[in-house]
Design a protein around this ligand. Structure first.
Ligand SMILES: [Zn+2]
Length: 211
């Protein structure tokens, strides 16, 4: 995980957003390969292992309260993923990404777009959440794993791409999106989450814009 992403993370427990405290172990350049993120509100700790931040299922994480409302769990990715439904240039245009800076978040198997998008434009950092196992961390790609929510602060993303298996996470995608920015879902039957206006549907994709 890129060290500067720390300020954009949030604890997935149902309490207010609060900056997590990083204790770094091994670093490689600006990427944290191992370490611990601590929550100052609920005091849970989340390990960074081989560059990936694990927000759930890690040792030392208290069991989730059964009454806690959570999103449907993350479907496990199929053993062989289909070819990408959309090429990087089309995706860049649909996301209306121009100019460097900021974060683009890729949920589930959409993390596979990071290399293609990064090749088209520099200066954007990509964040993969629940990426399939074959997607590896890169200097331009941080990886997070969490089965209950997107562990990022609201309104931090310049664009969000949602893999076809995560149709239940659209409200989360909308929550992290900046106003006026776009969301692409890799399925046509997606329903626009609250706060998002549908711009286009077709060729296996849904495109929406945060109001
Ligand atoms: Zn917490």
């Amino acid at each position: 995980m890129h060290i500067e992403l720390t300020e954009m993370l949030r604890c997935p427990e149902p309490h207010e957003e609060n900056v997590l405290v990083m204790s770094t172990g091994e670093m490689r350049g600006r990427m944290v390969r191992s370490g611990i993120l601590g929550c100052p509100v609920c005091h849970r700790e989340y390990p960074i292992v081989k560059g990936v931040v694990h927000f759930s299922g890690g040792e030392g994480t208290p069991l989730r309260d059964k009454n806690t409302q959570s999103l449907p769990g993350v479907p496990s990715p199929p053993s062989s993923l289909p070819a990408l439904a959309v090429d990087a240039q089309t995706l860049q245009a649909l996301l209306d990404l121009s100019g460097p800076g900021g974060y683009v978040v890729l949920l589930g198997s959409a993390a596979r777009h990071a290399v293609g998008l990064a090749g088209l434009m520099g200066g954007i950092h990509f964040v993969g959440v629940n990426a399939p196992p074959e997607v590896e961390e890169l200097p331009v790609l941080s990886l997070l794993a969490c089965d209950t929510m997107v562990p990022l602060r609201h309104a931090m993303a310049r664009g969000v791409v949602v893999g076809p298996e995560l149709g239940a996470w659209l409200a989360e995608a909308a929550r992290i999106l900046l106003r006026g920015r776009r969301l692409v879902v890799e399925r046509e039957d997606a329903a626009a989450p609250p706060g998002v206006t549908r711009l286009a549907v077709g060729q296996g994709l849904f495109v929406g814009q945060r109001g």
